[in-house]
Design a protein around this ligand. Structure first.
Ligand code: PMP
Length: 282
């Protein structure tokens, strides 16, 4: 198993992290997960653009050479590990420096990447999942994809403890997003999802779904909605790189209810699959 580590492709066993990496002390780093279908990375450019934005927002220097090295690493790792179905994880840390809250703008960033095999969660996509409503306790820059994921991690555990596959976070009454997914509802053939502001991560899959929906004539509203609206929706689904489009069939937590898998969700699933197939077959 090969990994990309500090600008080299090496064996995973040989990679050892520095004691003083700022991502260890402060969660001071950004990351991306790129899905690989049939050995081909899916929407790689969009993920790299978001990595750039995350780095910029955190004042982490991200030079062109770094970007080129990471892009090259994606292909090299897929080849070296003979990855067919899975994903590439990549992380860019602010770098290695003695522990100090105050960062130095001259610290050199440190990046690494690895691949992991995975299969599309077909069963969940076909049958839907239960989600657990929980208060969104995260900071106010959820638009940045940082490795500081404690709110998300606690929410996911809470969901699992209630036999739910995903947590749906809300700030007061307003639904924001899942712990590692975005949420859409459908009401009277209109889609609705939280606006891409500082309160959610603007998912690549979210963006694809919006484009596919608009192409096929659906309107998408970016008005925030309440937990009540989720329960009263005709359909609801979550999106992410690894989940693609997964229907929500049950809501648990402070409010309870069930939902059917509807035609809009199914249609969007088909459209996304068709796009994925063009990648899979090169
Ligand atoms: N929201 C959060 C909080 C996430 O962690 C993720 C997945 N990383 C998403 C949404 C979905 O984003 P994407 O479609 O780019 O995977």
């Amino acid at each position: 198993e090969k990994v990309f580590f500090g600008n080299k492709i090496i064996d995973r066993d040989e990679a050892s992290f520095s004691f003083d990496d700022r991502s260890m002390y402060f969660g001071d780093g950004v990351y991306e997960v790129i899905r690989v279908y049939g050995g081909h990375p899916y929407k790689m450019e969009r993920h790299f653009r978001r990595l750039q934005r995350s780095a910029d927002e955190l004042d982490i220097p991200y030079a062109d050479e770094e970007k080129q090295a990471l892009e090259k690493a994606v292909y090299e790792l897929i080849a070296a590990n003979q990855l067919d179905e899975g994903f590439v994880y990549m992380q860019l840390s602010r770098g290695i420096a003695a522990r100090d809250h105050l960062y130095d703008r001259h610290t050199e960033p440190f990046s690494f990447a690895f691949t992991q095999e995975m299969q599309t969660p077909k069963k969940q996509q076909a049958e839907g999942i239960a989600v657990y409503l929980t208060e969104d306790i995260r900071w106010l820059r959820c638009d940045i994809k940082t490795v500081n994921l404690l709110g998300n991690v606690l929410a996911k555990r809470q969901a699992a403890d209630h036999d739910c596959a995903e947590a749906i976070q809300h700030r007061g009454d307003t639904v924001t997003e899942g712990s590692s997914t975005n949420l859409f509802i459908v009401k009277n053939n209109q889609l609705q999802t939280h606006p891409a502001n500082h309160l959610i991560l603007n998912g690549i899959t979210r963006q694809l779904v919006i484009e596919l929906a608009e192409e096929s004539g659906y309107t998408v509203s970016f008005t925030p909605f309440t937990t009540e609206a989720l329960l009263e929706a005709d359909e609801a689904f979550i999106t992410s790189t690894t989940n693609e489009i997964t229907p929500v069939t049950e809501v648990r937590g402070t409010k309870h209810g069930t939902l059917d898998i509807g035609p809009v969700t199914s249609r969007l699933q088909e459209m996304l699959q068709a796009d994925i197939e063009t990648t899979r077959h090169g």
